[in-house]
Write a protein that binds this ligand. Sequence first.
Ligand SMILES: [Zn+2]
Length: 347
Amino acid sequence: MPSPVARRPLETLPKAHLHLHFTGSMRHGTLLELAARDGIHLPESLVADWPPRLSAADEKGWFRFQRLYDVARSVLRTPDDVRRLLREAAEDDAVDGGRWLEIQVDPSGYAARFDGITAFTELVLDAAAEATHLTGVPVAVVVAANRTRHPMDARTLARLAGQYAGRGVVGFGLSNDERRGTTADFAPAFRIAERAGLALVPHGGELLGAASVRTCLDVLHADRLGHGVRVVEDPALLARVAEAGVALEVCPTSNVSLGVHPDLSSVPLPELLEAGVAVALGADDPLLFGSRLAAQYATMRAAHDLDDATLAELGRMSLRAARMPETLRSVLLGEVDAWLAAPPPDA
Ligand SMILES: [Zn+2]
C-alpha cells in the first residue's frame, strides 16, 4: 500500500537526468537577460505569459512549439552563452538531486553561428567538462539528429558523434515531430552510432502510438526511448520493452503541456512500472514547460500517490539506464538505499 505519510525530500534522492534538451534547458531568466543584451524581441508567451500554453495535438501546435524553440536558440550567440547554459543546467540539476546528466544537442541548429557542427560540438563538449568541474554533476552529451531534416544529415551527425564516443559523447538520438519523416530512413545513421558504441536513444511513442515504438526497437535498435509512453497501448509490446530492458525517458510535464496526456494523473507511470518497464523521469524542455527535474518526481508522487520506496526505485532505474561508469553507478545506488533507509524528516 502506498503510504501517504512518508515524505522524504525528493531533492536529495540521487537520480540521473537522461532526457533534457540543450536549448530547452535554458533558464527563463537567462533567456530574458540574453535577449535584452542583444535587443532580441521575444513573444509575450516567453515573457509575461511564460510558461507558454502549448499543444502538439496537430501540426500547427507543434509548429508553434518549434517557433518558440527557434526564438530561444537565437539568443545563444557567443561561446560564453553556451558555457553558461550548460553550467546552469548542471547547477539546476545539482539542486534537484541530479547526479548525472545526459544532455541532448542537435549541433546543426547552431552550425551557422558557431563555425560548423564540429566546432560547435567541440565547444559543447568543452563546456560540458567545465560544467562538470564547477558543479560536481557529470555532464555527458547525446548528439541528436532532427527527423525533419534529410537522413543524410543524420548520418553526418552520427559519424561526428562517433568521433567523440568515449570523449564526452555517450549517445545518439532522433528528435522533433514524430509525425514527420520516416523513421526507417534513419536506420543507416543509427548503424553508424551503434558501431561507435553509443547508446541509441531516439524519441518515439510520444506523438505516435505503439507502432512507432516497435519501429524504434526493430529498425533503430533503440537502447532507450525518448518518451515511449504510448507503448501502453499495446500490451504485447509493453511486455517486450520490459523484457528487453529498454528504459523509457518519461517526461510527465512535457506530456501534459503538449497534450500527449490530458493531465498528470493520466501519465501511465503506474502501468509502466506494473509491467516491469524501466523508467527514467526527465524534464525535456524546462524553458517551455516550466518545470525541472525534481518536479517530475514530485508531480508523479502527487498524481499517483507514489510511496518513497517506489520513488527510490525510480531513482535507481534512472541510474541503471544512464551511460555512466560502473564505479559511479554503484556509489549512487548505495546513496539511494541510504536515502530510503533514513527516516523521513517528520517521522
Ligand atoms: Zn525530448
